[in-house]
Design a protein around this ligand. Structure first.
Ligand SMILES: [Fe+2]
Length: 406
């Protein structure tokens, strides 16, 4: 398996205009996946720099559970200095990146460690890119300037949702434009990704479910999208299978390390899948939601939108969803393709209920009168992902999907 991660694939079997065998994959990230890996941080990052900026969110869980302590000890053992930057919210903002850049410059940091969920890792990537390419960060976020370099990045995920540790994306909110935007650059692949399942056992049940649903959405959207390919589907299939087999158990018995290991494995694979082919409409709809309502957790937002997204997309991707039904081990014997595809919808609706995430947008305080603006926002900033969906909605259809989730 490891070979796959380090191999550059360029397979071009052109079967007509589009082929799932048209693949380009180059992952420059060293993946360290094992129990207890966090205690080896010092060894794994040696040579990347002399002083690290450690980025964490301001919630305090990295300190409370000792993960920050583990990283600090590991760095100290190798004589690597560090400074901690914790001014990061759960939907990180451009100004939080800029402040992190200032701290890193003042403290003369020469590499950046993101420790935590997607917000910490994405902020670390954005800070590293700005340090390498020049201020201000907002120019890269708005695509007015291209990232030309980045300081070395180390990603240590402590949730099983983001996949950001193995991809070239960083999602940050442009508060002025009320838009959650994605920076895309080959320069922001982490140099090292340290995945330690033991750091995920402290996730509370709702975050366990919501982050696993983020990964599930990555896997679904990578499997069912216009640019999908065979390699992305291999990653996505293995990912979704592991998620549905383990999510319920993880919610009920969070300390089960075997289950956590499989979820972290699954989120990493889903990250590889979207690194190859991006996400699609479900993410295109969630970004406006958490841009308008920053208290909404990304994974939770996806969970709410997912059934309506599947229902809308099914029509143009019946075979794909029927394949997913097989992958998930649903009973498909004797079913037509239509019925097998619809079985995925029913399965997801049930799963949300079982893991305690059976919410609607109104439960999160979303106002119905904001939906038109969210539709406009999606069509302004998320067009690439909308157009990556097998079925491309009109504005009216997009509104209907939001309303169905309301
Ligand atoms: Fe996501």
């Amino acid at each position: 398996m490891e070979n796959i991660f380090y191999t550059l694939f360029t397979i071009t079997y052109h079967l007509g205009a589009f082929s799932v065998f048209s693949i380009k994959f180059n992952l420059p990230t060293k993946i360290v996946f094992e129990r207890g890996a966090i205690t080896k941080v010092g060894y794994e990052v040696e040579g990347l720099g002399k002083k690290a900026l450690i980025v964490i969110t301001r919630g305090g869980s990295m300190i409370k559970f000792g993960y920050l302590g583990n990283v600090r000890l590991g760095l100290e053992a190798r004589g690597i200095k560090y400074v901690v930057y914790n001014n990061v919210s759960s939907n990180p903002r451009a100004e939080e990146v800029e402040k992190g850049v200032e701290v890193a410059e003042k403290e003369k940091c020469d590499f950046v460690i993101g420790l935590g969920g997607g917000s910490a890792i994405d902020t670390a990537k954005a800070i590293a890119a700005t340090l390498g390419s020049g201020k201000p960060f907002i120019k890269y976020l708005r695509r007015e300037k291209e990232i030309s370099a980045a300081y070395p990045i180390v990603a240590i995920p402590t949730t099983h949702g983001t996949g950001s540790e193995v991809d070239k994306y960083a999602v940050v909110t442009d508060v002025e434009r009320k838009a959650k935007l994605t920076v895309i650059s080959r320069h922001i692949y982490p140099k090292v990704a340290i995945l330690d399942p033991e750091t995920t056992v402290t996730l509370p049940p709702q975050l366990t479910a919501a982050t696993a649903f983020d990964a599930l959405s990555h896997a679904f959207e990578a499997y069912v999208n216009r640019s999908t390919n065979r390699l992305a589907r291999v990653f996505a299939a293995e990912s979704m299978k592991n998620i549905v087999e383990n999510i319920e158990h993880a919610v009920k018995h969070g300390l089960n390390i075997a289950v956590r290991t499989k979820l972290l494995w699954a989120s990493m694979l889903a990250g590889l899948a979207i690194d190859l082919v991006r996400t699609a409409l479900c993410h295109a709809m969630e970004h406006p939601l958490s841009a308008f309502y920053p208290h909404v957790h990304h994974g939770l937002g996806l969970t709410i939108l997912m059934p309506a997204w599947i229902k809308f997309t099914l029509e143009s991707a019946k075979e794909d969803f029927a394949e997913i039904a097989e992958i998930l081990g649903l009973k498909t014997e004797g079913l037509t393709i239509d019925q097998a595809a619809k079985a995925v919808y029913n399965f997801v609706v049930d799963l949300r209920e079982k893991v305690g995430l059976n919410f609607k947008l109104r439960d999160l305080g979303v106002k119905a009168e904001d939906i038109d603006a969210m539709v406009e926002n999606a069509f302004t900033y998320m067009k690439a992902l909308i157009e990556n969906n097998p079925r491309i909605p009109t504005k009216d259809e997009l509104k209907k999907i939001y309303l169905e989730s309301y």
